[in-house]
Design a protein around this ligand. Structure first.
Ligand SMILES: N[C@@H](CCC(=O)N[C@@H](CS)C(=O)NCC(=O)O)C(=O)O
Length: 231
């Protein structure tokens, strides 16, 4: 049975920029499950009300509605244990849980600062005022004040990414020899940026850039073929 996924989009239906949805889109390809990706805009809360909250990813599978990317990833391994696993075992799951929180607390902010204004430009007209007011309320300042100087922000992101470099200089994937959910957590941040912003995030000789190429090549170049700017 086809899994339904509500996936955030911009003015164009195929500009899919949600990092949390990218985690799940990669996870679904990893598991080889069939998916119908339904374009969704920030203000279309009604369409996902069965989930009892207002954020995506939301999936519908076998009569169940689920939300939250971590919950969904765990569900996919539990519901489809015979398909390739996203977590190779308890230890991998715990370390990946750490990575999720490190990404959310230490990386997501520097990415967001760099692309916060580019996101707004790509949104559907009906989402623009909601995006600005909800984010400015959360940040306690205007989007412009939060964005600050782009060169400084780029340097701050490159510095924030630093703990990944010694790891990715030695191993093909964050999950080891083969990719897993850890890799999808990280590629999701880069796919978010690439979908909305032309800014060059990494130098060509950065080990993270080589890893990004490898992950973008997975599943027949699925991530690479998404609408966005070249990296
Ligand atoms: N913890 C959630 C976060 C989901 C989330 O924040 N999704 C954003 C899109 S990336 C969203 O739908 N926001 C709705 C809104 O801002 O109204 C997860 O990992 O799934």
């Amino acid at each position: 049975m086809t899994i339904k996924l509500w996936d955030l989009t911009g003015a164009e239906d195929d500009r899919r920029f949600s990092p949390h949805c990218w985690r799940i889109k990669m996870a679904l390809r990893h598991k080889g499950l069939e998916v119908e990706e339904i374009p969704w805009h920030f203000t279309e809360k009604e369409a996902i009300k069965a989930s009892g909250q207002g954020a995506v990813p939301v999936i519908e599978d076998q009569g169940q509605t689920l939300y939250d990317s971590w919950t969904i990833a765990n569900y996919l391994d539990e519901a489809y244990p015979d398909r390739p696993l996203l977590f190779s075992g308890e230890e991998a799951k715990t370390l990946t849980f750490f990575l999720k929180h490190w990404i959310e607390r230490s990386l997501h902010g520097p990415f967001f600062r760099l692309i916060v204004l580019d996101i707004e430009k790509q949104l559907h007209e009906k989402d623009k005022a909601y995006y600005r007011s909800s984010r400015e309320k959360r940040l306690g300042m205007t989007l412009e004040a939060f964005a600050g100087d782009p060169e400084q922000r780029r340097a701050a992101l490159r510095a924030a990414l630093d703990p990944l470099r010694p790891v990715l200089a030695e191993t093909a994937f964050l999950s080891g020899r083969a990719p897993g959910f850890a890799d999808y957590l990280l590629i999701a941040e880069f796919q978010w940026a690439r979908a909305v912003s032309p800014v060059k995030l990494l130098e060509a000789d950065d080990p993270i850039a080589a890893w990004r190429e490898r992950v973008m090549d997975l599943f027949g170049g699925y991530a690479r073929s998404a609408v966005g700017y070249p990296v």
